[in-house]
Ligand binder design. Structure first.
Ligand code: MSP
Length: 546
């Protein structure tokens, strides 16, 4: 089987400073990309990047005595650095000012003008200047004629524009959403979109007039009409296609899109309709352009119970995440984001107390302590060598581990990251419980006189160590650094989920007692060596790192 996987994040406004929100979506996408590589059944392409043709880029650039492109270069670099720091294994980083993007977008728009899906007309509507978007009459009214995102007043505007005839695709889109339960996720978001779709669809403006104002001059020109540039949102959506629209990459289509609730409508409605239109406009060139596999819209991070905003100045910025990583490790930060984040339909809180609680429970006292306990006992009682699993193995740990890779992959297919990772932590809990039930420390006291006790002890420790090996594999997309570290410390083949990583398919790698299982006699740890803890316990009383 050679299944291609294509995973994307939104392309972020190059004007912002990277914060937890951007890092979160990119880390979620990264975990799925790593998981797909771990699956080992086909190539993976993971894309992130920056959205650069916004009016704000020009105004801020000029205010700072930069040209727009210099400003974009400087800030795009900050996003690259932030994501590299977070351990993101993106295969590419698209910037909408790159020629490979702009030239292709002009091609797509030209095809849509030719087919009549995009046409010149008059538009009058409620414009949200802070978000650079028009809102429908209903949305504007419900929001009290202020921006639902920033609270700034909406403006009634009329302009000559190019439009995309969205309504033409309404029925096909409805049918697609209804027939594909996983197309928009989570389910509550799907219901929201379905509800709004029933209100009917208006034409979408896809251009902006160019005037003397320099802010209007930065952008991709409408093909054949230099008095208009392509509206930044339409330009931005096409990044997902332009980046892989090359002979060696087209097979990656269709993508799975990760984003947040703020930009769901564009991704779940406008974008699929544009794709249908493009496909039909030139079926020969765009035969590969199917609808996305899924559009996953998570909720928002808030901080210590309060919404993050520019006016409150309380964003969890990349510097804060770096400070947490310095103190608790990068994997601890990834773990907190991935397991406590807003993947569902409610917002999630970044709170220091919660961070420490989860860190201690899952990492320091969970995986870390369990692994060092078991390695310690193997060091002490079996001279560091993996004991033979004498006798038949039937116990709760092994039955939990049976078929665990298949269950994990099925959850990953449903984009249920929480539940997939919970299989890894669940397996660790089973090992802890098994140790409590079987009391290997006590048993060890009798092994000198009693060979049967020695066999039993060996069997218990084998089960524990093998289960920890499997749990580490399953957790590795979330905590790749520590997972790799543990494998190295235990003398196992490299556990790598980064770009180009090669290893056995997950169903083989994570099979209890299978071909990749711990081999009796393997030197897991030096004789009487005390293993270094993977995660040092955190003191809940300590102040947040700054
Ligand atoms: N440029 C557009 C997206 C175009 S995609 C074709 C944009 N950029 S943005 O910089 O505002 O990024 C929005 C995205 O950042 C959200 O959809 C989400 O992925 C992430 N987040 C921003 N703030 C967030 C939180 N407070 N919490 C979680 N994620 C959030 O919109």
């Amino acid at each position: 089987m050679n299944q291609h996987t294509y995973i994307t994040t939104p392309i972020y406004y190059v004007n912002d400073r990277p914060h937890i929100g951007h890092c979160y979506t990119t880390t979620v996408a990264d975990a799925f990309a790593r998981l797909a590589r771990l699956r080992g059944t086909g190539p993976v392409f993971f894309l992130t990047g920056t959205d650069e043709h916004a009016d704000k880029v020009v105004t801020n650039a000029l205010a700072n005595k930069f040209t727009p492109i210099q400003w974009a270069d400087k800030n795009a670099e900050q996003f690259k650095l932030a994501f590299a720091f977070m351990g993101a294994t993106n295969d590419d980083f698209i910037r909408t000012t790159q020629e490979r993007h702009t030239s292709r977008v002009r091609g797509y728009i030209a095809a849509l003008i030719k087919s009549g899906d995009i046409y010149l007309g008059d538009y009058s509507g409620w414009y949200d200047p802070s978000q650079e978007e028009y809102l429908t009459e209903t949305v504007a009214k419900d929001a009290g004629f202020v921006s639902p995102v920033t609270g700034q007043p909406l403006i009634k505007r009329t302009e000559k524009n190019y439009f995309f005839n969205l309504a033409k695709y309404e029925q096909r889109l409805l049918q697609h959403i209804e027939a594909h339960k996983g197309f928009i996720q989570p389910e509550s978001r799907r219901n929201e979109v379905l509800g709004r779709l029933r209100d009917g669809l208006q034409p979408v403006p896809v251009s902006r007039a160019i005037t003397d104002d320099p802010a209007t001059q930065f952008g991709i020109r409408i093909p054949g009409d230099d008095s208009h540039r392509i509206y930044v949102w339409i330009d931005a959506l096409f990044n997902y296609l332009s980046t892989i629209d090359t002979d060696d990459r087209r097979a990656f289509w269709p993508p799975v899109h990760f984003l947040a609730k703020d930009i769901l409508w564009f991704h779940a409605v406008v974008w699929p309709a544009l794709l249908m239109a493009l496909h039909d406009a030139d079926p020969k060139t765009y035969s590969f352009v199917k609808l996305p596999r899924a559009v996953y819209a998570h909720s928002y991070w808030v901080r210590e119970g309060r919404k993050m905003s520019k006016s409150l100045g309380n964003f969890v910025e990349i510097e804060t995440l770096r400070a947490y990583a310095d103190k608790y490790s990068l994997d601890a930060v990834r773990w907190y984001l991935l397991t406590q984040g807003p993947l569902g339909s409610t917002d999630a809180d970044f709170s220091h107390a919660k961070f420490v609680e989860i860190y201690n429970a899952n990492l320091a006292n969970g995986l870390g302590n369990c692994a060092s306990r078991v390695a310690n006992m193997i060091g002490k009682y079996f001279a560091g060598q993996v004991p033979a699993p004498a006798g038949p193995i039937t116990n709760e740990v092994e039955s939990f581990a049976a078929g665990i890779a298949e269950r994990y992959l099925a959850l990953a297919d449903e984009l249920n990251l929480d539940a997939a990772l919970a299989l890894g932590t669940g397996l660790i809990s089973k090992v802890d419980q098994f140790i409590n039930d079987t009391q290997p420390f006590k048993l060890a006291k009798t092994i000198e006189q009693n060979p049967a006790a020695r066999d039993r002890l060996g069997q218990i420790l084998y089960i524990c160590a093998e289960a920890i090996r499997i749990a580490t594999v399953l957790l590795s997309p979330a905590i790749p650094g520590k997972a790799a570290h543990l494998f190295k410390a235990w003398g196992l083949p490299a556990l790598d989920t980064s770009i180009g990583a090669a290893h056995a398919p997950l169903t083989e790698l994570a099979r209890f007692g299978g071909d990749h299982a711990l081999k009796p006699g393997h030197r897991l740890i030096g004789d009487n060596v005390k293993p270094e803890p993977l995660f040092l316990r955190a003191d809940p009383a300590e102040a947040p790192p700054a």
